[in-house]
Design a protein around this ligand. Structure first.
Ligand code: SAH
Length: 346
């Protein structure tokens, strides 16, 4: 990020008004400016034709529009596209576009790197480099929106990083993304996936958002969870379920539990029964993800039969469950970081 200049794309609507006034402009300019940046997705201040030349010059001197830039695109046979994005300080993140009959989903990264250390995940190798700013999360979507014909309708925070470890920026990003002056994406169409930072999850309740929260559970008990996710030493599964119950009660929203199936680790019938017992009666949904093995990381993918049997046991116990449809699996191997898998028609 160029620190000499204001990161104008990270200004929410209110901050834009304050900024506009601070440079001696009438407040209605804030609306124009915000729409140029967040609705018309202008690439430069020069494109903002209803602003005077002088104002455009001032903005160009004071502010930057840089967020993320597409460096490379990988396309799968099913149309799924993976984007390598460069941030203005040279750090790289990845975003994925998935096309469905009813619209398109973009999966974005929230941090450069990650410090959660999940044993099976590629994004955490090398640890956390830094948090992404709202502009850098928004721009992953804007850059993709600019090159496709259809409107981006769903956003998934499941790329690189732990969203709740970058809480303030992520919450601001969600509010800006759903702002009527911007892309105006419904919060109901935004899914935030977290490994379960409970304190932050409770804080999130107070934001009054209507997003969907997905919890990366991946285990039916603490022993197994601790073996694959270091965060499990900090928060127990009981704490997680309690926090989820609180979240559901307060927001009325259904929670999704993600469960990546790993051979011999968490995929046995007894694990399914344990999981069912744990979440019985909760307004929730289980999303089974066949593990995507990452070289150098732990875990093998469960067999198809194991996955089916696991699903059946959950269903017998009246738990809603889907197996994540695999998209872009032919470009998946090269990625190993982003989840290009998403279930349709929940
Ligand atoms: N930090 C957030 C979002 C990151 S990834 C979280 O933990 O939820 C989105 C999902 O993909 C998480 O459920 C994560 O545990 C899972 N995941 C990571 N690596 C995987 C792999 N190799 N195979 C299958 N799922 C994986």
């Amino acid at each position: 990020m160029n620190l000499d200049k204001e990161d104008i794309k990270s200004f929410d609507y209110n901050e834009m008004k304050i900024f506009v006034e601070s440079i001696g402009q009438k407040s209605f300019r804030a609306k124009q400016l915000y729409e140029w940046i967040h609705k018309k997705l202008a690439a430069s201040f020069d494109d903002m034709t209803n602003l005077s030349k002088d104002l455009r010059k001032v903005l160009d001197e004071k502010c930057t529009l840089k967020g993320a830039e597409i460096i490379k695109i990988q396309e799968s046979k099913d149309g799924t596209r993976k984007f390598l994005m460069r941030l203005s300080d040279g750090n790289m993140v990845e975003s994925v576009l998935m096309l469905y009959k009813h619209g398109s989903s973009v999966c974005i990264s929230t941090q450069a790197g990650c410090r959660m250390g999940c044993k099976f995940c590629a994004s955490t190798v090398g640890g956390l480099i830094r948090n992404l700013r709202p502009s850098e999360m928004l721009d992953q979507i804007y850059q993709i929106q600019k090159i496709i014909d259809t409107r981006v309708s769903n956003i998934i925070l499941m790329g690189i990083g732990e969203p709740l470890d970058n809480y303030e920026n992520v919450v601001k990003f969600i509010k800006m993304l759903s702002d009527e002056h911007g892309l105006n994406i419904s919060q109901r169409n935004i899914t935030l996936s977290t490994c379960g930072l409970i304190d932050k999850l409770k804080e999130l309740v107070k934001e009054n958002l209507t997003i969907t929260v997905a919890i990366s559970l991946h285990a039916p008990n603490d022993t197994i969870r601790q073996e694959i996710m270091p965060i499990a030493y900090k928060y127990s599964i009981t704490d997680i379920i309690d926090a989820c119950r609180y979240y559901i009660e307060k927001t009325g929203r259904r929670i999704t539990f993600e469960y990546s199936m790993m051979q011999e680790k968490n995929d046995k019938p007894e694990h399914a029964k344990q999981l069912a017992e744990l979440i019985k009666g909760l307004n929730c949904h289980v999303n089974i993800i066949p593990l995507n093995p990452v070289s150098g990381r732990a875990g093998r993918r469960s067999g198809r039969m194991n996955i089916q049997e696991f699903k059946l046991i959950l269903e017998k116990n009246h738990i809603n469950v889907t197996i994540r449809r695999e998209m872009g699996s032919d470009i998946d191997a090269a990625c190993g970081q982003l989840r290009k898998r998403y279930v349709e028609g929940r």
